[in-house]
Design a protein around this ligand. Structure first.
Ligand code: ADP
Ligand code: 5GP
Length: 185
């Protein structure tokens, strides 16, 4: 199952809670961006340098990858294949370009778009997270509308969840996981 949405909307918060509360597992992406203070290598991301990431691409280890905000992000294919073979659900937190690539190879997967209750609230969350400088916050906010418009134009997202009250959003995504448990992704 793919979860996308603008930076700061709450995707990773929701995804980790849903993984704790359901049988779904989290697909740990590789990235060249540096870790945030609370992030753990191997749990939130596999933090790698550009050379290692490029080798992963060359070796065909990634199901999809994209450059987002100047850094590389990609989904290791192995855990996704294993989850599908075992009939489990794996949650991919990927940007809309990644969602499009997954849709090309796995159109039967479930695609969930997480939306902010308002632009102002999205800005508050991004600033509140405190992990980007003001310039980076602005570039993420400027990209938010573009990403939502791209997701709408592609028409691949089966569900839209507004992350207003966090508990409600976690419940909604957990419910979608339970409903789609047979489809694997
Ligand atoms: P993303 O993974 O989409 O970039 P995060 O999960 O890092 O977003 O969330 C961004 C910030 O917003 C974090 O500080 C998180 O604690 C906070 N947050 C997430 N969901 C909510 C919510 N429903 N209400 C208020 N704050 C939230
Ligand atoms: P962040 O740096 O805030 O954790 O993530 C920035 C963006 O990269 C988010 O939109 C997130 O969904 C996306 N992202 C994280 N992992 C992957 C991945 O493996 N592939 C793609 N395409 N995007 C990813």
């Amino acid at each position: 199952m793919v979860i996308s949405g603008p930076s700061g909307v709450g995707k990773s918060t929701i995804a980790h809670e849903v993984v704790d509360r359901t049988d779904a597992e989290f697909s740990v992406s590789a990235t060249t961006r540096p870790p945030r203070p609370h992030e753990k290598d191997g749990r939130d991301y596999l933090f790698v340098d550009r050379e290692t990431f490029e080798k992963m691409i060359a070796d065909g280890e990634l199901l999809e990858w994209a450059e987002v905000f100047g850094e590389l992000y990609g989904t290791p294919a192995g855990p996704v294949r294993t989850a599908i073979e075992q009939g489990g659900t794996i949650l991919l937190d990927v940007d809309v370009q990644g969602g499009k690539q997954v849709h090309r190879t796995m159109p039967e997967a479930t695609f969930v778009l997480i939306l902010p209750p308002s632009d102002e609230e999205l800005a508050r969350r991004l600033r509140g997270r405190g992990s980007e400088n003001e310039q980076q916050v602005r570039s993420r906010l400027a990209k938010a509308q573009e990403e939502i418009a791209f997701a709408d134009a592609e028409g691949i997202y089966n569900y839209r969840v507004v992350n207003d009250r966090l508990e409600d959003a976690i419940d909604a995504v957990s419910e979608i996981v339970t409903q789609t448990e047979t489809s694997g992704t």
